[in-house]
Each structure stands twice: as C-alpha cells, then as structure tokens.
Write a protein that binds this ligand. Structure first.
Ligand code: ARG
Ligand code: ZN
Length: 471
C-alpha cells in the first residue's frame, strides 16, 4: 500500500487496457524510491500490498531458505523492476512465468519478466531463495543477530534485506503472513497473531499474521528457545511475549517490564486513541546489542535494557511507537523526529504520571545537561542526516521541542494535538512539516518559528524550553 502513489482512476486504467502501449513505452522501475538519506532503499514502479513468506531456518547452520510471494500493483509501464534483497536467489516468477533476474550490488535484485507489465495492474512475484543471513555483510555490517540457539532480524532503517525480498522503504507498507519452520523445541517469533503452529517430521511450523499496513523494517523474525506467555486484553486482542530461555540474571526484570505491556498500552490509548493493531507483545532474544526496536505489534528488546532492573520506560517508548512510527510512519527517513521525538516524550509523560519528574522538569534537566558548546546542539532533529538519524538529540532535543509546544499552546490543546495526529494519519506516512501544519491548525497559532528553533537550528536555542515558567 502506497498512499502517495494512488493509481489513476478506473477510466485511465481501462484506456490502458484497451490500447496496449508499445514495448518501447515500457521502462525500468527506479532502483530506489527516492529517499535522499538512503538512495538504494525501496524501488519505483510498483506498490506491494501483501508479503507471504514461507521459510525454514536451521539454527545449527544459520541456513534460511524458502519462498516469498508478493502481491503488488504496477504504478508505471514496467520493462523490469527491482526488489531489495541480499540472499541467494534461485528462481523468480512474475505472474506465474519465469523471469530473468540478476543481483546488482549488495542489496538489489533486478527482475526482468518475459513481457512488459502494464501500468496499474496486479502482479504476483514469487522469489525462491536460500542463504546464511549472518554471512551477508553490507559495508561490513550485518543486521542479522546470530544467537547461540537461533537468529534475529530487527534493525532500523534496514533489516529486511537479510531475510526477505521487499520494497524496502516505509512509503510502501503491506500486510504480512510469515510462516517459519524450525526444529522441534525451537520457536519462531514474528509480528501479529500466531494463527497456528504444527509439528511434522521433526520440524515445527509457526504461522504469523500481521493484518494492518506494516513497513518492511518493522517486520521481524526471531528464532530461538523462548519461554512464551500469552493472554488477552479486555478488548480481546491476543498478547504474546517471548523471553529467551537464556536471559540469565536479566530474566526477572525483563518479565517485570514486558508483562506490563497491556497496562502501558491502555494508558497510551488514553493519550493517543485506540491501539492500531491486531496483537500486542514483546520479545527478548539472547542478543548482545543494546537497543530496542518498535517491530510492529511485538517490539524487540535487548536483554541489556533490563540489566539494572525493571524498565517500564523502554516498554512505553516502544509501545508509543506503535502509534508514532508504525501506524503513522515517516514519509522519508529525514522525518525520524515524528517517531523518536514522540516516543521519548511519551517516556516523559509516563514519568510525570509515575511521579518521577514532570515533562517540564525533565526538559529543564536535559537542557542543563547540554551546555551551549555541546555538539548535541549541532544535530538538527528535523533533518539530522543519515549519520545522526538515531543521535540522542533526535530523541531528547526532539522531546524538548514538544515541551516547548506544550508550553506555547497549553495542555488541553497539546494533548488534543497528540491524540488527533495518529488518527489523521493512521496507517499512512507523514512529514515533520505535516506535523507543524497540523499543530498550527489545531492550536490556531503560528508555530513555524518555535519548530524552526527547536528542530532546525544548529545551535542551542537562546531561550530555554519554558516560555511561560511557573508551572
Ligand atoms: N527506533 C529504535 C528505538 O528508538 C532505534 C533503533 C536504532 N538502531 C540502533 N542500532 N541503535 O527504539
Ligand atoms: Zn524509538
């Protein structure tokens, strides 16, 4: 699903069908979707609506093999098109017919069907593949975490190329069925609802469904030995959490945090409106990394997040992303503030509720922590550049911007903006500038200068976040 490139009307489509374009009018789809931060990410010429992944993974050897079937729709007359993918491909079919394919670069799969594909028609692409994701290095880097008992794909802005072919950009969201077969006694965790699981010939297959639009980087796969807890929310959504059996000392704190997922999500619903997806949960594989990720419906948490005890705040952060980041996604990666600024500010609101410091107190604290000559202030949260996409300033200065907004418009309007935005752009994409316009509309105040000060100036704003002190 690709909100921006809505196909032309039925009239145009029927004209195209009636007068077939000559082969000369068919051209290759662009090898990138047009994101200046990551020119190779995503592709042009088509839009995916659904991924069906049927895979098998052997933890002993790290071999992942299977078939991806993509339902898509062309958005131009296509002579060929690209998918983003890194593993070894053995066969590609487009609409049932064998297509030529070539790897061009580390993460591009160029597909040439036997005949051109007319604009605005449905296509089905089947890709058979196999490979060891941990051996795939892009610029010396692998997003695949191999663990003692399995492997995990969870990374931002890119993880999909390590495990399935996709149009790898948040602009092209789709629904997912992920079916993974693993040796008996091992589990495969993914997004959404576990539809079923069954065992045969020593292998257990897990069938997962994520039935709302999902960006490719938010699709996750974790194979390993997990303790699983299940529950249902009062409104009937399935909750499933998975904890590696090998979390050692961190196991208790991980559970004490993640088992609060339903409570945290209910509190976030009071702020941001109805929870947007079909399932809830979280998982903690036995990885050495130190980040978490808002993988849709089921965030990924590193064990290290719980090294000092429980950490409900990180659960708040990743669940806030379900509204701010997953339902409403960035339009381009430069818009990362519409994810991280709000997820961080949600942590401040949790702290305020828990009596551990108000938004204003935390804003004052963060401001004071960074003197004017701190390079922190050089990072522009509204356009941080790819190297600083996840810099602390995107989070903390990003949250300062929201405290500044709160002070400017007052609590009632501020919370109305926070609740209205995820409804307005539900399951879509939005830019920083869209948020500025929306906040101006709801508050009736000009806010361009405030956001320019907090999101775009490469220096510490002269005035602290408190414009009207005296809370
Ligand atoms: N969106 C993630 C979070 O803030 C950030 C992941 C960044 N990736 C990393 N390797 N640090 O929860
Ligand atoms: Zn985040």
């Amino acid at each position: 699903m690709h909100r921006r490139l809505i196909a032309p009307g039925a009239l145009a489509a029927s004209l195209l069908l009636a007068i077939p374009a000559s082969a000369a009018d068919f051209s290759p789809g662009a090898p990138g979707i047009g994101d200046p931060y990551y020119p190779a990410s995503g592709n042009g010429g088509y839009d995916v609506s659904h991924y069906d992944l049927r895979l098998k993974y052997q933890p002993k050897t790290d071999l992942l093999e299977g078939t991806a079937t993509l339902n898509a729709r062309t958005t131009q007359d296509l002579s060929r098109f690209n998918l983003d993918f890194g593993l070894k491909v053995s066969e590609v079919r487009v609409n049932g017919k064998k297509a030529k394919f070539a790897k061009t670069g580390d993460q591009e799969l160029e597909i040439t069907p036997p005949a051109g594909l007319p604009k605005d028609t449905p296509i089905t692409v089947v890709v058979r593949y196999s490979g060891k994701p941990s051996e795939l290095k892009i610029n010396g880097y692998t997003a695949w975490h191999r663990t003692p008992d399995g492997g995990v794909a969870a990374q931002e802005p890119e993880a999909a190329v390590w495990w399935f072919p996709s149009n790898d950009h948040p602009l092209d969201k789709a629904t997912y069925d992920v079916s993974v077969s693993v040796p008996d006694g091992t589990q495969a965790i993914s997004n959404g609802v576990l539809q079923s699981q069954s065992s045969k010939l020593g292998w257990t297959r897990y069938n997962w469904r994520s039935n709302k639009p999902q960006a490719s980087y938010l699709a996750t796969l974790a194979v390993g030995k997990f303790d699983i807890t299940t529950d249902k929310t009062e409104s009937g959504l399935p909750v499933l959490n998975a904890y590696s059996k090998d979390l050692g000392d961190n196991a208790g704190a991980a559970r004490a945090s993640i088992e609060r997922t339903t409570e945290v999500a209910e509190w976030l619903e009071t702020l941001y409106g109805k929870y947007p997806f079909n399932a809830l949960g979280g998982y903690v594989p036995n990885v050495k990394s130190s980040y978490a990720l808002e993988t849709q419906t089921r965030p990924f948490y590193s064990p290290s997040a719980f090294a000092n005890g429980s950490n409900a705040s990180i659960v708040v952060h990743e669940l806030a992303h379900q509204w701010y980041g997953d339902s409403v996604s960035v339009d381009g990666w430069k818009d990362i503030w519409v994810n991280e600024g709000f997820a961080r500010y949600s942590q401040w609101l949790w702290s305020e509720k828990e009596g551990e410091g108000t938004g204003q107190e935390l804003a004052d604290y963060v401001y004071a922590q960074h003197p004017a000559d701190d390079p922190f202030w050089k990072v522009k949260p509204g356009d941080p550049g790819p190297d600083n996409q996840f810099h602390g300033a995107v989070y903390d200065r990003g949250a300062l911007a929201l405290q500044a907004l709160r002070n400017e418009v007052g609590d009632d309007t501020f919370f109305a903006i926070l609740k209205g935005w995820p409804q307005k752009h539900a399951y879509g994409n939005a830019k920083v500038s869209d948020f500025v316009k929306y906040a101006e509309k709801i508050s009736g105040k000009p806010l361009a200068e405030l956001f320019d000060t907090w999101l775009y100036q490469p220096s510490r704003p002269e005035a602290p976040a408190v414009r009207e002190a005296g809370i």
